[in-house]
Design a protein around this ligand. Structure first.
Ligand SMILES: [Zn+2]
Length: 294
């Protein structure tokens, strides 16, 4: 009653107090899982709640909120780099990378120490920048000078980078973060990462070609009247296409056959011929399909 009188008028308080509680008063408190219809927790419902929260954090950059945090995420998600690079940056900034420290908290590992140097707890910052092995990598990048000037957590460092870098620099920086994590994983799994300098060059080329490919392959909406048409009686439907990393390197082609009911029959995939452009490689895919049909 004292709390009610703080929020409501005397008249409203009396009205509220006159509401009968019925049999509820005889029930004991019990736990109720809000996200399930029956109020009972299940791993499945917990998973979906966690996923929604995670996706909510990911999509924060898309809102009209202009707080520094939201602007930062908006910059990250607007980067024109492959999604796997953006996702790695997001995981590192959100401290959900599978570092030794995080795995230790989850009781997966016995120690939070870095598996590579064994000298410090492996946080995202240590794994991606501070570990002796990571520093060796960064010293080969264009960012080795300025990286030491950045302070704080990994998220702080990346946020600073978003303020002081050009768009291209930020994309390359994100690519180096991704490569740093890749090299760290290769070391843990005793895989050979190759020559670091070449790996860095390839990463920059990868980002560059992604941007070009993105511009070239930006999807166009098909007009509504385009529909799949059944092939004539006793005929097959052949769908084929090509894929290429850059215009001068690896390319592939493939296709599949379907019957009149659009049911899958068989498919093919192989390397594309060198030196062909997009149209040439698509024609090669068609030729391959026709040869297979014959
Ligand atoms: Zn280390």
């Amino acid at each position: 009653m004292p709390m009610l009188s703080l929020c409501f008028t005397q008249e409203d308080c009396e009205a509220i107090m006159s509401i009968p509680l019925g049999s509820v008063v005889h029930l004991h408190d019990h736990k109720y899982w809000f996200f399930a219809k029956d109020g009972k927790y299940s791993v499945k419902s917990g998973y979906w709640v966690a996923l929604r929260q995670c996706m909510g954090a990911i999509m924060e950059g898309g809102s009209s909120d202009t707080s520094p945090q939201k602007l930062f995420w908006r910059k990250v998600w607007a980067l024109k780099v492959p999604n796997k690079i953006k996702l790695l940056v997001w995981r590192a900034c959100s401290n959900v990378l599978s570092t030794s420290l995080n795995l230790y908290f989850k009781r997966v590992l016995q120690t939070p120490l870095c598996s590579r140097c064994g000298k410090s707890e492996e946080t995202a910052l240590h794994a991606l920048r501070s570990c002796k092995r990571s520093r060796k990598f960064w010293n080969l990048t264009p960012f080795f000078c300025r990286l030491d000037a950045y302070h704080g957590s990994f998220a702080d460092i990346f946020e600073t980078a978003t303020h002081v870098s050009s768009e291209q620099e930020l994309k390359n920086f994100a690519g180096c973060v991704w490569l740093s994590w890749l090299i760290r994983n290769d070391t843990l799994h005793e895989k050979e990462s190759g020559i670091l300098g070449e790996a860095i060059e390839r990463t920059f080329e990868f980002i560059q070609s992604f941007q070009q490919g993105n511009a070239r392959c930006r999807p166009t909406l098909l007009p509504h009247h385009v529909r799949w048409i059944k092939p004539p009686h006793q005929s097959l439907d052949l769908n084929c296409d090509e894929a290429m990393v850059t215009e001068s390197t690896v390319r592939g082609l493939g296709g599949l056959f379907r019957n009149q009911d659009s049911e899958f029959l068989c498919d093919f995939a192989c390397d594309g011929p060198a030196g062909f452009d997009v149209l040439g490689t698509e024609l090669a895919a068609m030729r391959e399909g026709l040869l297979m049909a014959s």
